[in-house]
Design a protein around this ligand. Structure first.
Ligand SMILES: Nc1ncnc2c1ncn2[C@@H]1O[C@H](COP(=O)(O)OP(=O)(O)OP(=O)(O)O)[C@@H](O)[C@H]1O
Ligand SMILES: [Mg+2]
Length: 384
């Protein structure tokens, strides 16, 4: 026991020495040569938003903020939410590693847990919205800072994430809630309102051209533009490299031709399997679809589709039962991006409905795939 005690004392001493030696002044955790980012990093408002181009230095700025929050509130936790565990690992982890080294913070980086433990006892936690128990992992007692990166991709779910979970958890320490992202294809939603409207956010906007760490941004963007054959008004170019909100209708539109793509009745001589697909939304509609596939015909059919706004979970459950009885789907799938996961868990537990998650990773890819199937006649839609 004595030996163990001695070891504990030594460990504690080593830790204290690390703190003393580090002598990091949290105010130095900033890049003074990078004014736009520095202003964002120093902003202590309750709600902060950064709307930037790609490669502008948003994530790096969030990393600096995270460590500063850790210094400000010793022993407390801060949280960074990214789209997926993999993206957080690929983007934030290297940034935090770099900052930890550069400023000699002496934090311990525990990669398996995606957790940074600072010498003063603060913990910086990274979570992907796709991770298991995402919501449970967020329910901390209080936070010294809460961040959402790539906020444009969280759709309407980010609103309840902020209102119901992050805002109360950040109140004790008067911590900031920070959103960062690039304009998405639809100019609406929480991130759009935060960055463009008067929604109570302290707003920051800058671009890759302001980032002194990005080599030759003009040349880079010019090359990319040429390679992708983008005109000056190409929506992707305007969103990602000019940081502007534009409606990207073409990207969201299905190439549907009524005469070619509709069917009236299924041929009963064939076998069919059905899947019920649910896409949650509160302000926007919750949609239900029956997608049917015939192995013998090697064709897919959209047999049924309906959508309703402002549905609460119990109403959704009733609708699911109704469709289950009518179509006998072999599977029920739901989009569990971001907070959809929480609702799906509720169905599984409370209503005993066996929903399986699907990840809607890249909407544009799906649109392109379906367009391909429509053109080749592999997918038909029921004619109303
Ligand atoms: N203060 C800084 N010090 C050193 N390097 C930086 C700093 N800020 C940004 N960078 C570098 O600039 C590049 C882009 O930064 P970052 O990944 O933070 O941008 P982003 O806006 O999050 O980009 P994306 O849109 O791709 O997510 C990276 O190589 C990053 O390391
Ligand atoms: Mg980033």
């Amino acid at each position: 026991l004595d030996q163990e005690y001695a070891r504990a004392v030594l460990r504690e001493l080593a830790k204290r020495r690390a703190i003393a030696e580090a002598r990091v002044n949290p105010r130095d955790l900033i890049d003074r040569k990078f004014q736009q980012q520095a202003k964002f990093v120093e902003d202590m408002s309750q709600f902060v938003v950064a709307q930037c181009t790609r490669r502008a230095g948003k994530s790096h700025g969030l990393g600096l903020r995270l460590f500063r929050a850790g210094f400000r509130h010793p022993g407390e936790a801060s949280i960074h939410i990214g789209l997926t565990r993999a993206s957080v690992k690929a983007i934030m982890w290297p940034a935090l590693t770099y900052i930890n080294k550069l400023y000699r913070i002496g934090a311990e980086l525990v990669e398996s847990a995606l957790e940074v433990r600072m010498p003063n006892g603060s913990v910086l936690r990274l979570v992907g919205a796709d991770s298991k128990n995402f919501i449970e992992r967020l329910r901390g007692p209080k936070y010294a800072e809460a961040q959402v990166d790539e906020a444009q991709s969280f759709r309407s779910h980010v609103e309840s994430l902020i209102d119901d979970i992050l805002t109360p958890a950040c109140a004790d320490l008067r911590a900031s809630i920070v959103l960062a992202g690039t304009p998405g294809p639809i100019p609406s939603g929480t991130f759009f309102e935060a960055s463009e409207k008067d929604a109570g956010y302290s707003k920051h906007k800058w671009s890759v051209y302001d980032n002194p760490h990005f080599p030759d941004p003009k040349g880079f963007v010019a090359k990319l533009k040429k390679k992708k054959k983008w005109a000056d008004d190409n929506p992707t170019y305007l969103r990602e490299w000019c940081g502007k909100w534009v409606k990207d209708l073409d990207a969201l539109v299905y190439k549907f031709v009524k005469d070619r793509d509709c069917y009236d009745q299924l041929d009963q001589a064939h076998d069919y399997s059905r899947v019920l697909v649910i896409d949650y939304g509160f302000d926007d509609q919750t949609a239900f679809g029956i997608t049917t596939y015939s192995r013998t015909l090697r064709q897919g059919f959209q047999e049924h589709a309906e959508g309703h706004s402002e549905m609460i979970p119990s109403e959704i459950a009733v609708k699911i039962q109704e469709l289950r009885e009518k179509y006998k789907p072999v599977k029920i799938l739901a989009d569990t991006g971001a907070l959809g996961k929480m609702i799906t868990e509720e169905f599984r537990r409370r209503y005993k409905i066996p929903i399986e998650p699907v990840e809607k990773k890249d909407k544009l890819t799906h649109v392109a795939l379906l367009n391909g199937d429509l053109i080749t006649g592999n997918f038909k839609i029921h004619q109303r």
